[in-house]
Design a protein around this ligand. Structure first.
Ligand code: ATP
Ligand code: MG
Length: 383
């Protein structure tokens, strides 16, 4: 299904009802670049309640004039032409005005390449010099960069994201202004910074973005990432996101609480960082305690760091050869220990089991009921 054609149809329907409407932003840009389209945004003179008269959908940002409509099973964000003012917090506009002229709507957008419009015939309308910048592969703010970054400091990181995605250069004044205004990144919600980082890390031209981050010294405001970005920039490597974060935080030694990772993701990073920094080859205990996937990721970080590593095959074999993968695999278990010792349950049981586990995975004890029982009888008093 061609989404762009459906979007043009949506526009035609709005036009027929007497409203102006255009496809805008990323979809127009990526279409002209012959890249796959993400989401398709439509901008219109129709107000949200008017849009909802003609299409099935839900208001997703009434204050900002956005409704998400479903049309032939696809979603489109339809937003009323608007202008913004009064960004006192460097983040969100205090005042949003609905406009009747699409030009006002285009002028609030961040970069010239994101300010192009497409009408129902597929013709491009350019009020901001976006076509020229697309041809020259340039990322440039609409209007004065200092003003635009003071309105919304996240735009500085968006510039790096688009550079990573598209491989374009950031125009000189825009780049200089990022350098000058970089401290404003502190004002942006950490969640949004992380979102933009994550988008950037998936780009094909990540190294270009790293280069710009270092030139503008924005890494000063990306807690704990600076050493990693510098290292990768020097060695010209662009690992996938989890390896990037693990590497950066391994070099940094700690994972700053600034980054709002999910609990699971943070735990994973913590484990990889611990492994990378344990300063020895991975052994059976590591494989047992951290699991194969995490050890392989730590090994990948060491590869990027050009440290001594073990082969994927070796680690996989070590893992599959483990006598037990969990304490549940032990032939002599906690309840057996309690039964035979006639003692009360407590932390001591776990301590004893841990010792047994380590002996079993290091092949100092065989995982056999009688052998483990014998070991318990001889050793439980130490616990
Ligand atoms: P992609 O979807 O490929 O990441 P995009 O250009 O569609 O890129 P979105 O974040 O989806 O980016 O935003 C859609 C459009 O909204 C942008 O093209 C831009 O015109 C405008 N926009 C988004 N965020 C901002 C912002 N912080 N400041 C100004 N305009 C913005
Ligand atoms: Mg988009």
């Amino acid at each position: 299904m061609n989404n762009l054609n459906d979007a043009k149809l949506i526009i035609r329907i709005l036009n027929r009802e007497g409203f102006d409407a255009f496809i805008v932003g990323g979809a127009v840009r990526d279409h002209l670049l012959k890249m796959p389209l993400n989401d398709i945004d439509i901008t219109t003179s129709a107000k949200p309640e008017e849009v909802l008269k003609f299409f099935k959908g839900v208001p997703t940002g009434v204050k900002y004039g956005t409704v998400t409509i479903v049309f032939r099973e696809n979603k489109y964000e339809v937003t009323t032409f608007r202008s913004e003012s009064g960004y006192s917090d460097f983040r969100r506009p205090e005042v949003v005005n609905f406009e009747t002229d699409v030009k006002e709507d285009v002028l609030r957008r961040d970069f010239t390449i994101n300010g192009l419009l497409m009408d129902s015939n597929g013709d491009i309308i350019d009020h901001v010099g976006g076509i020229k910048d697309l041809e020259n592969k340039v990322i440039k703010t609409i209007g004065l960069p200092a003003e635009r970054f003071n309105e919304d400091a996240l735009r500085m990181l968006r510039a790096f994201y688009f550079q990573s995605k598209l491989g374009f250069e950031i125009e000189a004044d825009t780049l200089l202004s990022i350098n000058i205004n970089r401290h404003l990144i502190k004002e942006v919600a950490a969640e949004r910074v992380l979102d933009e980082m994550n988008k950037m890390l998936k780009g094909k031209h990540l190294l270009k973005a790293f280069d710009s981050i270092l030139k503008t010294q924005v890494d000063e405001f990306l807690p704990g990432l600076s050493k990693g970005i510098k290292y990768l920039n020097e060695t010209k490597q662009d690992p996938k996101p989890i390896i990037f974060y693990s590497l950066a935080f391994s070099l940094n030694k700690i994972i700053p609480s600034y980054w709002k990772f999910s609990n699971n993701y943070r735990y994973k990073l913590k484990q990889i960082v611990e492994l990378v920094n344990n300063n020895r080859m991975f052994n059976n205990e590591d494989l047992y305690h951290y699991g194969l996937e995490t050890v392989l990721q730590a090994n990948e970080v060491r590869t990027v760091l050009k440290q001594k590593i073990q082969s994927y095959k070796t680690l996989e074999k070590m893992y599959s050869d483990l006598e037990i993968k969990s304490s549940l695999d032990l032939k002599f278990r906690g309840r057996d220990i309690l039964q035979i010792t006639n003692r009360k349950a407590g932390a001591w049981v776990n301590n004893l089991i841990n010792e047994i586990v380590n002996k079993v995975i290091n092949k100092e004890l065989e995982n056999d009921y009688e052998i483990l029982k014998d070991f318990v009888v001889k050793n439980f008093e130490r616990f």
